[in-house]
Ligand binder design. Structure first.
Ligand SMILES: C[C@](O)(CO)[C@H](O)COP(=O)(O)OP(=O)(O)OC[C@H]1O[C@@H](n2ccc(N)nc2=O)[C@H](O)[C@@H]1O
Ligand SMILES: Nc1ncnc2c1ncn2[C@@H]1O[C@H](COP(=O)(O)OP(=O)(O)OP(=O)(O)O)[C@@H](O)[C@H]1O
Length: 273
């Protein structure tokens, strides 16, 4: 029996640079893993089974199943494990839960069968599973370009406390990207300043924004309410990825805890890692 931790991520800023012919968008983002994680239990077996603790995820659609199938396509080896995922990462929250599970299992299975896939092959296979998957092969802090698969992993990462508010709604990433219009695009040269702020979280937070977050705020009143509540309290909240979760650097006051309880929002205290 093997037990693996599958970390969540937040996007410390996300800008959309353009739209590609294949419908995907060129982005610039700063990925950062956090200590919030799913727990994956893997048992070698005579069959292949993937289950989770979340009713929101249909077994047959689990990205981890797709990961095992792709691994077999690429290597000819049929991975036979019973996998159970204890979901602590809220689903459809912009925290990369599924992508993290896929990368964590892909890395394990490749090592279990004595690494038939090279690191480059792992990254290519991961990209085919989803734009966020390659980042989770290493984690930490990374600049993401392309569709998010062109990664520059940074030596340094942050360890500050953050808190996340999840308003219990799942948001489909494709829906958010489909609302991108030309005037929402950013020129890469206009965000060069970011490169000089990568070792100062306070300064970085002054500049970061999330283009997808602006769309989510306008399309989902529940997220808008979370953002305005936090702004009213003097925080600088940022939507992670395509939402619905919102993060703030720091620790929540009792007042924040009370409001989350009253509103029925899920408050997660965690840290950059
Ligand atoms: C929003 C982020 O989570 C930020 O990290 C990622 O950009 C999205 O990563 P992801 O959820 O793994 O995305 P995928 O599952 O690969 O793509 C879901 C859908 O999002 C849209 N998509 C995704 C990534 C990207 N750079 N451009 C896009 O337009 C596409 O319509 C795609 O069909
Ligand atoms: N193992 C999994 N864990 C979570 N979601 C999964 C998993 N497998 C499939 N899914 C599906 O993937 C979709 C996105 O789930 P996920 O939790 O990764 O969203 P997310 O946190 O918004 O991810 P991202 O930040 O990459 O957009 C959901 O509709 C969910 O049902």
């Amino acid at each position: 029996m093997y037990k693996l931790e599958s970390p969540a991520k937040i996007n410390l800023g996300l800008w959309v640079l353009g739209k590609r012919p294949d419908g995907y968008h060129e982005i610039f983002t700063i990925f950062h893993t956090i200590s919030l994680h799913d727990r994956i239990t893997i048992k070698p077996s005579y069959t292949q089974k993937v289950e989770t603790s979340s009713p929101l995820i249909k077994s047959e659609e689990n990205i981890v199943l797709k990961t095992l199938q792709k691994f077999e396509e690429w290597t000819g080896i049929k991975p036979e494990f019973e996998i159970f995922i204890e979901k602590n990462i809220p689903v459809g929250a912009g925290l990369g839960g599924g992508s993290s599970n896929a990368a964590t299992v892909l890395k394990f299975v490749n090592e279990f069968y004595n690494s038939p896939l090279s690191e480059d092959e792992l990254f290519t296979l991961a990209t085919q599973l989803g734009a966020d998957v390659p980042f989770f092969l290493k984690g930490g802090m990374a600049l993401g370009e392309g569709i998010g698969e062109k990664l520059k992993f940074l030596e340094k990462s942050f360890s500050e406390d953050i808190f996340i508010i999840y308003p219990n709604i799942q948001i489909k990433t494709s829906e958010v990207y489909s609302k991108i219009t030309p005037e929402m695009l950013t020129k890469k040269e206009d965000i060069h300043i970011i490169d000089s702020l990568l070792d100062d979280i306070e300064k970085l937070m002054e500049y970061i924004e999330n283009t997808l977050g602006k769309i989510v705020e306008e399309s989902y009143p529940q997220v808008k309410e979370v953002l305005n509540t936090l702004r009213f309290m003097g925080y600088k909240p940022v939507v992670s990825g395509s939402g619905s979760s919102v993060f703030v650097v720091g620790t929540p006051t009792e007042k924040v805890e009370k409001i989350c309880q009253f509103k029925g929002w899920k408050l997660i205290k965690t840290a950059l890692k």
